[in-house]
Design a binder for this molecule. Sequence first.
Ligand SMILES: [Cu+2]
Length: 130
Amino acid sequence: MVEVNRGTTPANTPLEARRPCDRGRGVGIDWRFTVGDQVKIRLVNEMDSDHPMHHPFHIHGAGRFLVLARDGAVEPNLVWTDTVLVATGEVIDLLLDVTHPGTWMAHCHIAEHHESGMVLSFEVAPAPGA
Ligand SMILES: [Cu+2]
């Protein structure tokens, strides 16, 4: 069988997600939110990664999000969703509306990528006084 793409492993398909206000690369992913938060998240799918391709990014039940912009261009059709396709080389800005407490997962929806490490878990605390 001809190999079209290199095999994916946690070493060559890292999921690096950070808030726009975070600085630097490769910082640990430690999302901690509270119900009621509205969080901006930037997804960067680097063209020069070891495994450049589109990634359907999904956030489990913590809430819903809007795609605010793609490559800096404001998204004209704001629709609540839980998954967005991040094209190769694309930068997407999301606004996550956090509505449900618990431990949740965010990941690429391609099973091979998820299993090779494009996944994180994060915590959502209940709303104060709840
Ligand atoms: Cu993927």
